[in-house]
Design a protein around this ligand. Structure first.
Ligand code: FES
Length: 92
């Protein structure tokens, strides 16, 4: 089981953490991964900065937008670039 953790501290919340979680939830559902990837929130990761902070297991990322995060998520967990998936053309 892979764990994806999104910071929901106040700084990341203001920068769109909730939207990011919704994007990840949609990805997990679309790809039938809800039993393989666990999505959870965390308190401040003490890296408040340019964007929303999140992790795949122990690997940390900062994404300025939901689209950026989805691209990383796809690359790391789905092995498909964002523009290779049908039905995802509305992510621009
Ligand atoms: S609020 Fe997310 S890293 Fe601080």
């Amino acid at each position: 089981m892979v764990t994806v953790t999104v910071c929901v501290g106040s700084s990341c919340h203001v920068k769109g953490a909730r939207d990011m979680i919704e994007c990840f939830k949609d990805l997990l559902t679309e790809n039938s991964l809800t039993d393989k990837i666990e999505l959870q929130g965390s308190f401040c990761m003490e890296r408040c900065g340019e964007g929303v902070n999140w992790r795949i297991d122990d690997e940390s990322f900062t994404s300025a937008t939901c689209e950026d995060a989805v691209a990383v998520f796809r690359e790391k967990l789905l092995d498909t670039p964002a523009d290779a998936s049908p039905g995802e053309n509305n992510l621009t």
